[in-house]
Design a binder for this molecule. Structure first.
Ligand code: CAA
Length: 407
């Protein structure tokens, strides 16, 4: 009898490997912040002699947030993260991932400023991620992997951006500002993310921002077709990875540079899959983004916050989340909304934030736009924001921030 033919040793029952339950990981909480000001697109339309319906219907946007002179991605990201920390504390947080397209420093991660402002523990790793608007989703994927290895930990993901294009360009009405703070954990309160993901990368010059520019360059038409290609490509890859059938997904949330982009892409997907297209199915997820404008890395997550806040019938249902970052990378993931998600959402909070924004005239917005670039020149910023943190200015070439004492 060879060694291979030896009968297997009977293991005592208590030594049998226990049946492992798959770990449930996902979105435990989401909080949103945005800029202090708002520009109504009706006012921009009037200034530019454009029919306002082009903005409201043609691109599907109503307004966009504009940061005050003492706000930026750090202050918005910290404001959103504060809500998460105030509710859940810092226990188990050993990683902070900050995703942005509009970084304020070429070297230091914006999350390190947030770490200081929030008084997070020192035994935390902090890093910044970049791939246009996709970075927030990359951060969530990394967070899910960290939790899979260390289920007792929680990861704070912050996605924050100020979307800036040159004035008097076709892209001007599609600017915006905002942040999402996402707590990723095991046994999440809101959405369990499923393991299969569809991913897609193509080298495309649809949107980019060279190092000497504070405003993005964009080929708007190309960005629409690149987004559609990435969405359909990610769908096909998700299917190849064993993802769910279209009929088993009750809602889709998309990255929304402008909400019409998501509608165009979704129409293409329904044609590709061979199912009817019902544009009303996407409307709830557009509610906040129509008001904030493009928030790049935060856009998808602000869309998810709107869906969870405003749709009461998602308990136990599967939703899909599509992220797109120009250049380009797309990723499609699915998740199961927790049966009691309504007990944990922040209903009414984002509506109140949006309603509290202070309107700007077109002249005042353009003046702020002209001074919006990150700089190493020493400057003091006026006190304007009503948010919990403010950008004090640049001293000795370094950026300084402080708590305002406001909630
Ligand atoms: N009533 C109703 N609809 C009207 C209208 C009116 N009076 N007038 C025009 N429209 C419609 C047009 O028919 C058109 O609709 P379709 O696209 O369905 O045909 C729509 O309004 C827009 O009109 P135009 O195409 O003439 O508009 P435009 O040339 O001025 O520019 C745009 C539109 C290309 C979207 C431009 O705003 C733009 O370039 N925006 C930026 C694009 C963008 O954000 N790309 C980035 C993608 S991803 C991202 O977020 C970046 C990242 O990764 C960081």
């Amino acid at each position: 009898m060879t060694a291979q033919q030896q009968p297997a040793q009977q293991q005592p029952a208590q030594q049998q490997p226990a049946q492992q339950q798959p770990l449930s990981v996902g979105i435990h909480d989401i909080a949103i912040a945005t800029g202090h000001h708002v520009l109504e697109l009706d006012d921009l339309a009037e200034r530019l002699g454009v029919d306002p319906a082009k903005y409201h219907v043609g691109i599907g946007q109503d307004a966009f947030s504009v940061p005050a002179p003492d706000e930026d991605i750090v202050t918005m990201g910290a404001a959103a993260a504060k809500e998460v920390i105030d509710r859940h504390g810092v226990e188990g947080i050993r990683t902070v991932l900050f995703a942005t397209e509009s970084g304020v420093d070429q070297s230091k991660a914006a999350g390190v400023y947030v770490h200081g402002l929030l008084g997070l523990p020192q035994n935390v790793r902090v890093v910044e991620l970049k791939q246009a608007c996709y970075g927030g989703t990359a951060a969530v994927q990394l967070a899910l992997g960290i939790i899979a290895r260390a289920p007792h930990e929680r990861v704070l993901v912050i996605a924050a951006d100020v979307a800036r294009y040159d004035v008097d360009t076709a892209a001007e009405p599609t600017q915006g500002a905002g942040a999402a703070a996402i707590l990723v954990s095991a046994d999440p309160d809101l959405v369990e993310i499923e393991p299969a993901a569809g991913v897609f990368t193509a080298d495309v010059d649809d949107f980019w921002r060279p190092n000497d520019r504070s405003t993005a360059l964009v080929d708007g038409r190309l960005s629409v077709s690149a987004y559609v290609d990435a969405f359909v490509g990610a769908w096909d890859d998700l299917a190849a990875q064993g993802g769910p059938a279209y009929e088993d997904i009750v809602r889709f949330v998309h990255h929304q540079p402008f909400t019409k982009m998501a509608l165009k892409a979704h129409r293409k997907l329904t044609q590709h899959v061979g199912v009817p297209f019902d544009e009303s199915e996407l409307a709830t997820g557009f509610t906040y983004n129509r008001q904030t404008g493009n928030t790049y890395t935060a856009s998808l997550w602000i869309g998810l916050a709107a869906l969870l806040d405003l749709d009461d019938d998602l308990g136990g249902e599967r939703i899909a989340l599509f992220s797109y970052g120009s250049g380009s990378v797309g990723e499609l993931v699915t998740g199961i909304v927790r049966p009691d998600y309504r007990d944990h959402r922040r209903q009414g909070r984002v509506g109140a934030l949006l309603a509290a924004r202070v309107p700007l005239s077109v002249d005042a917005y353009r003046e702020l736009h002209a001074s919006g670039a990150a700089t190493s020149v020493d400057v003091e910023r006026p006190r304007v924001t009503a948010a919990p943190y403010r950008f004090v200015g640049v001293r000795g070439g370094a950026r300084h921030y402080e708590a305002t004492g406001q909630d």
